[in-house]
Design a protein around this ligand. Sequence first.
Ligand SMILES: Nc1ncnc2c1ncn2[C@@H]1O[C@H](COP(=O)(O)OP(=O)(O)O)[C@@H](O)[C@H]1O
Ligand SMILES: [Mg+2]
Length: 502
Amino acid sequence: MQIKFKELKLNNFKSHQDLQVNFGEVTKITGDNAKGKSSVLEAISWLLYGIDTLGSKTDPAPVTYEADETMVSLLLDVDGKDLLLGRELKKGKTKYLINEVPSKATEFNEILDQLFDKNMFLSLFNPNYFFTMHWEKQREMILDYVTAPANKEVLKELPEAQSNKLAELVKKQSLADLEKIHCDKKNKLDKQYIAAQSRTKTLKEQFEDQAPKVPQESLQAELSQLTKQRNEIEKVTDEALTTNSEFNNIQSQINSLNDQIEMSKNRWPSIRDEKIERTCRTCKQPLDEKSVAAVEEDKEKRVATYKAEHSDIVNKRNALKKDLEELEYIDVAEELEKSRALQDKINPIEAELNKYKQLEAFQEQIEQAEQTEKQTRDDLNESIFILDSIKDFYAKEAELQAKKVQSLFDNLSIKLFKKQKNGDDKPTFEIQMDGKDYSKLSLSESIRAGLELREVLSDQSDIVAPVFVDNAESITKFKEPSGQLIMAKVIAGEELKIEEDK
Ligand SMILES: Nc1ncnc2c1ncn2[C@@H]1O[C@H](COP(=O)(O)OP(=O)(O)O)[C@@H](O)[C@H]1O
Ligand SMILES: [Mg+2]
């Protein structure tokens, strides 16, 4: 963008009752002190924005003579198109003119805003103006026009691990979002990690408390020793019990046979003493020989049967008695006592070994807790690594941007960041020339500083605008600026003179 001044008219502006300035590529305004040179610069600031050269509201109505109205008009050429702007002040009221058409303040301001940014224009036009702004505004303006280093450029400067990690992450999310996400994650994981650590610790302590004091192997060795002893005794007692139960069995069989023999004996007299009837029970007639013989034969038969049965039982009993004589009842009370004592020792050992089995499940819980702890720690470290990488990225970006900005200047040094105690970069904006802050510079030094700065702004923004160098007599030489140059120089004893070089 190219902004040119063509013609300026002042009526009743401060000490100027009627002044016309025709601008050339270079316009020289000369004259003694108080001849109205600086007022020309002020007239342009006032016309455009109603402010003085330092940015404050100002009232330029003349105080040394009577005048109805103050009027300033400027014919500009913006990219080859003429624009005539006018501002009038009458009895404290301001009027605006766009191409001689009375307009509202809002229309006037709008047209200006559309043409150029106020701070940019004033910084280009007046070399002092930039330094009157707040440092944040100054910084913002420089950074607005100096493109930030590309992510790729910054990543290249980071250690490989960080660079690879961020390169992969920024494919999906912005660094600012990643920072928020991992900040939040880190806070959560910090807490989760503490909780996970204490869970493992508690479980381990509980395990220690519950774990048997004797090692599993020695318990098992002791157990097998004792079971062996017990089994040996049990073999003996088991055998004894078999024999004894057989003995008891035979004894009870003998007892029952004895009872039977007794009963059989009791039956004998009635069989032996049975009378043979010789008459019929019903007709009372004597029985014949044949019948008597039959009855006698029948009795003999029953006697014989009884005898056979009786001796059978007796024989059976005698045989069992003989068997019993061959068996011996074994007394194993002592062995049983021993075996019981051994079992009493075995029981607590088995209980201890059982604990080991239960502890296996416990052990699994501990392993799981350790796993969770490790996973949480890994996740936490990942978030910390990403946050650190982002921090380093910003630091590197700041460093590169500062370098980039600095490379635009020849004599000025620009500080964009200040290192904080924690190592973070904090935005700042300090301009120095030859190691001195702007506020410490002499008039000539501050003009040179201002000119260098507006040149950089003009270059970076691609806006070519006029520059007004007031008090130009104080600097012996300076680099020719971009845009029209308006110079005001004091020359003792001379009236106000305005010359333009075409
Ligand atoms: N509102 C005003 N009315 C009349 N004269 C003024 C007003 N404001 C400033 N002046 C005077 O205008 C004169 C010109 O000032 P200035 O433009 O600063 O001169 P220069 O820059 O040439 O030294 C000075 O004498 C100043 O006192
Ligand atoms: Mg002056």
